[in-house]
Design a protein around this ligand. Structure first.
Ligand SMILES: *Cc1c(COP(=O)(O)O)cnc(C)c1O
Length: 232
C-alpha cells in the first residue's frame, strides 16, 4: 500500500535527525552530508514525495525502472543511477540520468564518455569501489582504483565527482566501519596522487549511515528508512 505523505515526512524527519546527530558526534556540518532518496522498487509517488520534502536527488537501481517513472514525476530532481550498469546501456543511462555512481570498468567509462559526447551533455560519475572486499558486490578492488581513475580523468565528457561504495552485509558494525575507512583513505590518496578533489564520498545506507558519516561520507543513500520495506 502506498504510504501517505505524512508517513513519509515522519520517516524523513527521523532520518534527518539521525544524520544531524551523526554529524554532531563527528563534529561535521550537516550541510556537508546529502540525503539521497533511494526510490527503487517504489512507484512514482516516492520520488514525488522526496521532491516535495525538499530533497534534491533520487537514486535508482535500474535504468528502465527510472525511465518508466520519470515522465510521471513533474518535480525537478537529480536522478542518479546507483545500480550496476552494463556498458551496452551506457547511452540510455547517460540520456536519462544526471549522474552514474556505479562506474566500475574502463570499458564502461569509454562508452559513457562517447555517449555524453553524442548527446552533447557532460555526465557526472562516481567510481564504484569494492572497499569491503565483498565477492557479492560490484566495484573495482582498491588496488585497481588508480588505473580506473586515470582512465576516467582522460574522458573529457565525464566529470569525476568522487567515489562510491556499498558495505558488505554483516551483523558486525566493524565490517562497515572498515569499508568506509578504506574508501576515505583511498579518496585521500587518489586526490593527492592525481591532484583532483574527488569531493563526493557516497557511502552509508539505512542501516549504517551514522558509521559512514563518521568516516567522512558526503552522501548517504537511503531507501528503507524513508519509504519502508520494498515489496520486491
Ligand atoms: C538499495 C540501495 C540503497 C538503499 O538501501 P536501504 O538499506 O534500503 O537504505 C543504497 N545504495 C544502493 C547501491 C542500493 O542498491
Amino acid at each position: 500500500m502506498t504510504p501517505t505523505y505524512e508517513d513519509f515526512v515522519s520517516n524523513a524527519d527521523a532520518v534527518c535527525a539521525e544524520i544531524a546527530t551523526a554529524c554532531r558526534l563527528a563534529r561535521r556540518d550537516p550541510g556537508e552530508v546529502e540525503l539521497l532518496a533511494v526510490t527503487k522498487n517504489h512507484e512514482a509517488w516516492a520520488p514525488t514525495y522526496a521532491a516535495r520534502y525538499g530533497l534534491a536527488g533520487v537514486g535508482e537501481n535500474r535504468v528502465q525502472e527510472a525511465i518508466d517513472k520519470q515522465p510521471q514525476v513533474t518535480a525537478k530532481l537529480r536522478w542518479e543511477l546507483i545500480g550496476h550498469l552494463q556498458s551496452n546501456k551506457a547511452k540510455i543511462a547517460a540520456t536519462h540520468f544526471d549522474r552514474v555512481q556505479s562506474v566500475d570498468s574502463t570499458k564502461l567509462l569509454t562508452r559513457l564518455d562517447r555517449a555524453a559526447a553524442e548527446i552533447e551533455r557532460p555526465l557526472a560519475v562516481l567510481l564504484q569501489i569494492n572497499a569491503g572486499h565483498d565477492p557479492a558486490k560490484f566495484g573495482v578492488d582498491l588496488a585497481d582504483a588508480p588505473a580506473l581513475l586515470g582512465h576516467a580523468l582522460g574522458c573529457v565528457h565525464l566529470r569525476v565527482d568522487g567515489l562510491m561504495t556499498i558495505a558488505p552485509l554483516s551483523d558486525d558494525p566493524a565490517v562497515a566501519k572498515r569499508t568506509f575507512a578504506n574508501l576515505r583513505e583511498l579518496r585521500d590518496q587518489l586526490a593527492a596522487e592525481f591532484s583532483t578533489p574527488l569531493t563526493e564520498l557516497s557511502m552509508g545506507m539505512s542501516g549504517d549511515l551514522a558509521l559512514a558519516i563518521a568516516a567522512g561520507s558526503t552522501q548517504v543513500r537511503v531507501g528503507t528508512a524513508l519509504f519502508g520495506k520494498r515489496e520486491i
